[in-house]
Design a protein around this ligand. Structure first.
Ligand code: PMP
Length: 346
């Protein structure tokens, strides 16, 4: 018998969305940015490639400096992660002992459950109301860590700001606000960092900065929190290329802001069109929408779209059964999606 920890052998593990290794799909299943980063960011790459023999900067200093400037905090308040998933993992390992408690919503990013279970910690789940919104703060006196995504998947809407604030005020442990999708919305919670010393904001360059393939994310918090989390991260958690491209991308914020605007416009158009075609669609403040065709099952719909080389994510949960989550594509991709849907309906 292998000496595998019970909490590991009993956990099914995280299932990421499909990542086809061919280029023949319109890929709207894992919330990547449909627009590429500006070409200029690749200019600095050759210098880094010439140095692949050497280890990267272990503390990702330049990247953190660039991030700190954009987030309006000091560099000591930023930890760089190998994607924001790395930050979530580091948070569990920094603040939670095995058999202590991590709290999160019943409908949210499913990785919270996996990393908590694999760590051997317990889970307390909180249920949102009928509209999948918070209607009170999360009060969990024994939680060492509370994960709250805002905007929160799979719907993609912000959680109520006042209740979030009350949650931070009342928590005896750490509250991590996962802002993976925040750049596609009008609000963020960076201001909480000035008021609460138990808050971590996580951000990613995977979605709004078009760098999913590079794995760059951040934890932003008080220097006291970052100092401890820094001990827990892997020794060289971001490679040279990721650090360089991430740093360069932050120098092109105007380009990205323009893209965020475009994604939001396409999102409105897609929501309107889907509703006109009889779908139930939730409002979204993210770069995806959750929708259900009422004229066939979402599972069938997912398969029929896939046959037509459009890939979306099938989603079913006891509270929200039989939906698809559709990432916002370019206008051209959206036209192809809508055409494929019309074809399926006929
Ligand atoms: N948080 C949320 C809410 C997400 O949906 C995702 C994407 N799967 C992540 C974090 C992770 O993003 P990444 O590791 O690519 O930064």
């Amino acid at each position: 018998m292998l000496p595998i920890r019970d909490c590991v052998s009993k956990t099914p593990g995280y299932t990421p969305g499909e990542q086809p290794q061919t280029n023949d799909f319109i890929k709207l299943n894992t919330n990547e940015n449909p627009y590429p980063p500006p070409k200029e960011i690749f200019q600095t790459l050759q210098t880094e490639l010439d140095k692949v023999r050497l280890y990267p900067d272990p503390i990702s200093k330049k990247l953190r400096q660039a991030a700190a400037k954009v987030f309006g905090v000091s560099v000591e308040q930023v930890l760089a992660g190998n994607g924001s998933d790395d930050i979530l993992n580091i948070a569990v390992r920094t603040f939670v002992n095995p058999s202590e408690t991590v709290a999160f919503l019943d409908l949210t990013y499913s990785l919270y459950e996996t990393i908590t279970k694999v760590h051997g910690a317990n889970i307390t789940r909180f249920t949102t109301n009928d509209k999948f919104e918070l209607d009170s703060p999360i009060i969990c006196s024994n939680a060492k860590l509370i994960f709250l995504a805002s905007p929160n998947p799979p719907l993609g809407k912000h959680l109520n700001r006042e209740y979030l604030e009350e949650t931070c005020k009342n928590a005896s442990g750490i509250v991590l606000i996962d802002e993976a999708y925040v750049d596609f919305s009008d609000d963020n919670h960076l201001d909480f960092l000035e008021k609460y010393d138990n808050v971590i904001i996580s951000r990613t360059m995977s979605k709004s900065y078009s760098l999913a393939g590079m794995r760059v994310g951040f934890g932003i918090a008080s220097t006291a929190i970052i100092e401890q989390m820094d001990k827990v991260r892997d020794s060289y958690n971001l490679d040279r290329i990721a650090q360089t491209l991430g740093t360069a991308a932050f120098e092109h914020n105007a380009y990205f802001q323009n893209i965020w605007q475009k994604v939001r416009q396409t999102r409105s158009r897609l929501i309107t069109s889907l509703r006109e075609m009889g779908f139930i669609v939730f409002d979204s403040e993210s770069n995806f929408v959750l929708a259900s065709p009422q004229w066939m099952t979402a599972k069938e719909f997912y398969n029929k779209l896939k046959e037509r080389k459009v890939l979306v994510r099938y989603f079913s949960h006891p509270r929200i059964t039989d939906y698809v989550r559709i990432s916002i594509g370019t206008d051209e991709e959206t036209d192809c999606l809508l055409k494929a849907i019309k074809d399926i309906m006929n």
